[in-house]
Design a protein around this ligand. Structure first.
Ligand code: ADP
Ligand code: MG
Length: 677
C-alpha cells in the first residue's frame, strides 16, 4: 500500500528531507501522489520572437548564435549576454552573475527560453530567462507547493519516482461502471497526467477525473453523516398547528414561507430528526417561519430554543415572538449573558421543569448549566456566525432534537449544497407583499453635501438613517473613520440631530444600548461600521449612505442595504465611492441594478471566487485538494447524482467494488476532524 509506505523509501529522500515532505503534507508515497501541482508553467512555445508580446511571460524556441560574452560592470556584478534567433528575428538574453550559462548554452544548439519579454518591437530582450534544451522539455512543468529547503523541482523528481512505484494492475477506487458512465479516465492515467501532463488535453482529462473523485467522496461523506444523524425521530410531531399559528399573524404568509414551513413540518413528522437549512434573503420573513415551527412544537407539549448571534437580535426575536404568541399561553423567555445571577437561576429552573416552552437567547443557551425538560426543536438564526459545533451542541441538549438553521446569506444553490451538504434546503425566494422597493444610487464625494441634504429632509419628516463607514480610528487618511466622522457630523453637519455611533471595538453592552436607542427612535442617525449588518429590524430607518462602498463585497453590501426598506416607507441607499476601477464600477452597477440577494451572490461568486463567502473555513468542511467550488459546478452536479445513486444502491458502501471509496470517505473526514481538533 503506497498510502502506508514511508516517503524515505523513495530514492534521494533521507530523514532530513522526509521532514520537509511531511511539512507539505506528504509523509507517505501515497500522500505525495495526492499532492497535486498548484499550477503548471507553460513551456509550450507561445510565439515566434517577433510576435511575442512585450511585457508578458513567453516561451520561445531559439538557437544560440554566439558564445555568451562576459561584461564586468562593477565589482561583484558580471553580465553575460548572448543572442539567440528563431531564424526570423533575434533576441538578446542577459544573465546576471551566472557564469554557468557559458557552459550551458552552446552555440548552434536550440533551447526553449521562458521569461518576460522586454525591449521594443524592433529589439527584443529577456533578462535571466529559464531555459531547457529543446526536446528535453516537457511542455507543461508542474509547480508544487514548495517549502523552504524543498523546491518544486525536487518535489517533482520525488513524484516521478513515486509514479514508477504505482502497482500494476493499480486498484482504482472508482468502479469501472462509474468510470464508464461518467466518462472518467483510470486512476493510473490520472496520476501520470496530473503530475506529468504531455499537453493541456491530457491534463484536462486527468483533472476532471480527480475533481470528480474528490467531490464524490465529499458528497458520500456528507450524506453518510446526514444519514447517521438520521437515527430515529424521537420526537415526532403528532399534530400540525401551523394553520392555527397563521391566524395569529397580522398578515398572510408568502407562498415561500408556507412551503418552508410545510417542508419542515413534514420532516418533524417523519422517521428522522429534521436537519434543515432555510435560506432567505434579508427581509424574506424567516422569523415567522421559525415562529410557526416553534409554536407547533410547543403546542405538541415540547420545548423549543432559538439561538441568535447577538444580544440585540435575541432581544428582538424575543419581542416579536412574544407579540405573535400573545394570548396563546406559549411561555417565552430570553436567556442572554447579561441576566443577573438570580434571574438566571430562576430561568434555568423553569427551563428544566418545563414551565418555559421556548427559550430565545444567545450562545448563552449552549452553556452546560442550561438544561431542558424535553427540547425538541433548535433554531439557529444567521447561522454563518456560528460554527457547526455550536449548533450541534445546542441540539444535543435534547434527544435527537430537530434542527433548523436560518441563513440570511444567499449563496448559489450548488455552493449551498456543498457547504451545507449535511442539511436539507428550503429557500425563501419571495418577498412579503407591499414591500417598498429600495432605490439605489452611486455617487462620488463631490455630491456628498447633496446626500447630506437628502438625509436631513427625511429625518425632518420623522424617519431615521444609517451612515456606514469602514474604520474605527483614523488610520488610513483617505478613508472615513467612524469616530472622526461622527464628530464632524455632530459638530458641523447635523448639530441639531441626535447621532449615535456603533463600531466593533465597543463592548457588547454599549453596542446594545446604542442599537436599542436607535430602534426606539431616540436617535435620528446611526453612524456605524459593518457591525450593524446582522439582522436588526428598524422599519422607520429609510436611508442608508455607505462611504467607500468599493471596499465591501457584494454580499456584504447587500446585507447592509437590507437594514432599510423594512417598513411602509420607500427607502434609498446611496453608495458613495470615488473608485474609478472597472471592477469597482461593475460591482456597484450590479448593486444599483438589482436587490435580489441570490443574483448578487452569483455575481459575487463570479467576481471574487468562493473563498470570501464565509471568510475562513468556518463551515468545517475538509479542505479540497483540487476541486474549486466556483469553477467545477458542473462536475459537482455529476458527482452529486452519482453519490445519490450509489447510496441508494449500497448505503453502507460495503460491496467489494465500493470499498475503495469507503476508505477514502473515512480518510477525508478523519483528516477534517484532525484539522478541527
Ligand atoms: P428576515 O428574513 O430578514 O429575518 P424578518 O423575519 O425580520 O426577515 O421579517 C422582515 C419583516 O417582514 C418583519 O417586519 C416581518 O414582520 C415582516 N413580514 C414577514 N413575513 C411577512 C408577510 N408574509 N407579509 C408581510 N410582512 C411580513
Ligand atoms: Mg432575521
Amino acid at each position: 500500500m503506497l498510502s502506508k509506505q514511508n516517503i524515505t523509501t523513495l530514492k534521494g529522500v533521507g530523514e532530513k528531507r522526509a521532514a520537509l515532505f511531511e511539512k507539505i503534507g506528504a509523509p507517505t508515497v501515497g500522500a505525495l501522489l495526492r499532492l497535486y501541482p498548484r499550477a503548471y508553467e507553460n513551456w509550450q512555445v507561445s510565439d515566434s520572437i517577433s510576435e511575442a508580446p512585450v511585457g508578458e511571460v513567453c516561451t520561445v524556441c531559439a538557437r544560440v548564435l554566439n558564445r555568451p560574452t562576459e561584461h564586468r560592470i562593477r565589482k561583484g556584478m558580471t553580465l553575460y549576454k548572448v543572442t539567440v534567433t528563431d531564424d526570423e528575428s533575434d533576441l538578446l538574453l542577459t544573465f546576471f552573475n551566472n557564469r554557468f550559462v557559458q557552459n550551458l548554452l552552446l552555440p548552434g544548439e536550440t533551447y526553449l527560453f521562458r521569461g518576460r519579454m522586454n525591449g521594443s518591437l524592433l529589439r527584443k530582450e529577456m533578462t535571466s530567462p529559464e531555459f531547457l534544451p529543446q526536446g528535453k522539455a516537457a511542455q507543461l512543468i508542474p509547480v508544487y507547493p514548495q517549502t523552504e529547503g524543498l523546491t518544486s523541482r525536487q518535489i517533482a523528481s520525488a513524484v516521478q519516482n513515486a509514479l514508477l512505484l504505482l502497482p500494476d494492475p493499480l486498484h482504482d477506487p472508482l468502479p469501472d461502471t462509474i468510470r464508464q458512465q461518467y466518462e472518467l479516465c483510470h486512476l493510473r492515467f490520472a496520476m501520470w497526467n496530473i503530475h506529468r501532463p504531455p499537453d493541456e488535453s491530457a491534463l484536462a482529462v486527468a483533472r476532471r477525473r480527480l475533481i470528480f473523485e474528490e467531490l464524490l467522496v465529499l458528497q458520500l461523506g456528507l450524506w453518510r453523516l446526514k444519514s447517521r444523524e438520521k437515527a430515529e425521530n424521537t420526537c415526532p410531531l403528532e399534530k400540525d398547528y401551523t394553520v392555527e399559528f397563521e391566524k395569529l399573524l397580522p398578515y398572510t404568509l408568502t407562498g415561500a414561507q408556507k412551503r418552508a414551513i410545510r417542508e419542515a413540518v413534514a420532516d418533524m413528522r417523519g422517521d428522522h430528526p429534521m436537519n434543515r437549512l432555510v435560506q432567505g434573503d434579508v427581509g424574506s420573513g424567516k422569523t415567522a417561519v421559525a415562529a410557526a415551527l416553534c409554536y407547533t412544537v410547543v403546542k405538541n407539549g415540547r420545548q423549543a430554543a432559538l439561538m441568535a448571534p447577538t444580544e440585540i437580535l435575541a432581544a428582538q426575536h424575543f419581542e416579536s415572538l412574544s407579540k405573535m404568541y400573545a394570548g396563546t399561553g406559549v411561555r417565552v423567555a430570553l436567556l442572554t449573558g447579561s441576566l443577573t445571577p438570580a434571574k438566571r437561576r430562576k430561568l434555568l429552573e423553569e427551563l428544566e421543569s418545563g414551565e418555559i416552552d421556548l427559550a430565545v437567547g444567545t450562545h448563552a443557551l449552549i452553556t452546560d448549566t442550561v438544561r431542558f425538560r424535553n427540547l425538541s426543536l433548535v433554531v439557529t438564526d444567521e447561522q454563518h456566525r456560528f460554527g457547526v459545533e455550536q449548533r450541534t451542541a445546542l441540539a444535543e441538549k435534547g434527544e435527537h432534537a430537530h434542527m433548523l438553521v436560518m441563513s440570511a446569506t444567499p449563496i448559489p444553490r450548488t455552493l449551498a449544497l456543498m457547504i451545507y451538504g449535511d442539511l436539507d434546503l428550503s429557500i425563501l425566494d419571495e418577498r412579503p407583499p407591499g414591500r417598498q422597493p429600495i432605490a439605489s444610487y452611486r455617487i462620488d464625494s463631490s455630491k456628498r453635501q447633496r446626500a447630506y441634504g437628502y438625509i436631513r429632509r427625511h429625518i425632518e419628516e420623522g424617519r431615521q438613517g444609517y451612515i456606514i463607514c469602514p474604520l474605527v480610528e483614523e488610520s488610513e487618511s483617505d478613508m472615513a473613520s467612524v469616530m472622526e466622522y461622527t464628530r464632524r457630523l455632530r459638530e458641523e453637519v447635523f448639530p441639531d440631530l441626535r447621532i449615535g455611533m456603533l463600531h466593533g471595538k465597543m463592548k457588547p453592552k454599549e453596542k446594545d444600548a446604542v442599537m436599542t436607542a436607535f430602534a426606539a427612535g431616540e436617535l435620528d442617525l446611526l453612524v456605524s461600521t459593518t457591525v450593524v449588518e446582522v439582522g436588526v429590524d428598524v422599519p422607520n430607518a429609510v436611508i442608508m449612505l455607505i462611504e467607500n462602498a468599493e471596499r465591501y463585497g457584494l454580499s456584504q453590501l447587500h446585507q447592509l442595504r437590507g437594514r432599510i426598506g423594512r417598513g411602509k416607507y420607500p427607502s434609498t441607499c446611496i453608495f458613495l465611492s470615488d473608485a474609478r476601477g472597472e471592477e469597482a464600477n461593475e460591482r456597484l452597477k450590479i448593486m444599483c441594478s438589482t436587490d435580489d440577494g441570490f443574483k448578487i451572490a452569483d455575481e459575487d461568486l463570479r467576481l471574487r471566487g468562493p473563498g470570501d463567502f464565509f471568510g475562513s473555513r468556518q463551515h468545517g468542511l475538509p479542505q479540497l485538494r483540487i476541486a474549486n467550488m466556483a469553477d467545477d459546478i458542473e462536475v459537482l452536479r455529476q458527482a452529486q447524482a452519482c453519490a445519490k445513486a450509489l447510496l441508494a444502491e449500497d448505503p453502507e458502501l460495503s460491496a467489494a467494488e465500493h470499498r475503495g471509496l469507503r476508505a477514502e470517505v473515512r480518510q477525508l473526514f478523519e483528516q477534517a476532524e484532525n484539522l478541527r481538533g
